[in-house]
Design a protein around this ligand. Structure first.
Ligand code: PBG
Length: 324
């Protein structure tokens, strides 16, 4: 027998062969598009640091969501930019707040699309932190009360899934309890379980106008050096009633996605965050990389690591390429 008998290249020589042996599937079913909703009418403000993404008034949001549904993308996650911010983020849990109005409109006008709401206070507070400030830092237990109120008002407005992103201890349990007590025992929670204090959130904070006015989020979001701690965070959220657990960001944390998927038999979501998106767009605009191919390679890597669901600003572009 002449060397080599085994030739790995045999199965790579043709696209149909490659399709047959491709280990990882990527489909439009895996994608969720994040969208930003703001006050006003006919507003469609492009976010400079996130090309192709907009702050949308409710009427424009409805149009966008119709397009998303027609692309067969299963759902959107909504972030609100309130009329005015205050110390306690009161628009976050007002039944007539921006998100509550947006959810009602999308549920009414765009049937067949899942509406997920991000539950956090940073977009609504004047100081930009994810909770109530006491003595210069975020008070965990005082914040839980507000997060639970916010989640309940989202559920009442018709949110299909509640997604807390604040990283307070005990918030999944607090939200689960309030939802159950009010007849929303069927509303799932997608918990941002392993959410890191990441600089990849930069463009999002432009979009949501939510950077902290003092300090940073390192006192509640996870330290990028930690891995085992992510498993403890996920385990706690599962015990408190999370239905889907999330790792965020995705790309610098593919090892965490892999570990979480292997450790727990849970649906795992990964958030391919704003900075990860913007880096690709910027390089593609400069002609330094092929943006579409890099996008697909990134989405495959997140699936290969073990994510079932990908929240990504690429969702519409990817859906078009995937031929939905
Ligand atoms: C709110 C929240 C943030 C993101 C999602 N929810 C920002 C933050 O924690 O500062 C970031 C998403 C992205 O960068 O795309 N807490």
């Amino acid at each position: 027998m002449s060397f080599p008998v085994v030739r790995m290249r045999r199965l790579r020589k043709d696209e149909n062969l490659r399709r047959l042996v491709r280990e990882t599937g990527l489909s439009v079913n895996d994608l969720i598009l994040p969208l930003f909703v703001c006050p006003g009418k006919n507003v469609r403000n492009e976010i400079k640091s996130m090309p192709g993404n907009y702050q949308l008034s409710v009427d424009e949001l409805v149009k966008e969501c119709t397009e998303v549904r027609d692309l067969q993308i299963p759902g959107v996650i909504l972030f609100g930019i309130p009329e005015k911010k205050d110390e306690l983020g009161s628009e976050a849990y007002s039944d007539n707040g921006i998100i509550q109005r947006a959810v009602r409109a999308v549920r009414e006008k765009v049937p067949g699309l899942l509406v997920i709401t991000d539950v956090c206070m940073c977009e609504y507070t004047s100081h930009g932190h994810c909770g109530v400030i006491k003595n210069g830092s975020v008070d965990n237990d005082a914040t839980l009360v507000f997060l639970a109120k916010e989640a309940l008002s989202h559920a009442k407005a018709g949110a299909d899934i509640i997604a807390p992103s604040d990283m307070m201890d005990g918030r999944v349990g607090a939200i689960r309890r309030v939802l159950d007590e009010n007849g929303f025992d069927d509303t799932p929670i997608m918990a941002y379980s392993a959410k890191y204090a990441s600089s990849f959130y930069g463009p999002f904070r432009d979009a949501a106008e939510s950077p902290p006015k003092f300090g940073d989020r390192k006192g509640y979001q996870m330290d990028p050096g930690n891995g085992a701690e992510a498993l403890r965070e996920v385990e706690l959220d599962i015990k408190e009633g999370a239905d889907i657990v999330m790792v965020k960001p995705a790309l610098s944390y593919l090892d965490i996605i892999y570990r979480v998927k292997n450790a727990f038999s849970m649906p795992v979501a990964a958030y391919n965050v704003s900075g990860e998106f913007s880096c690709v767009k910027a390089a593609a605009r400069n002609g330094w990389i092929d943006g579409d191919r890099v996008m697909m390679e990134i989405l495959y890597s997140i699936k290969r690591a073990g994510a079932d669901i990908i929240l990504t600003y690429f969702a519409k572009d990817a859906a078009r390429l995937l031929g939905s």
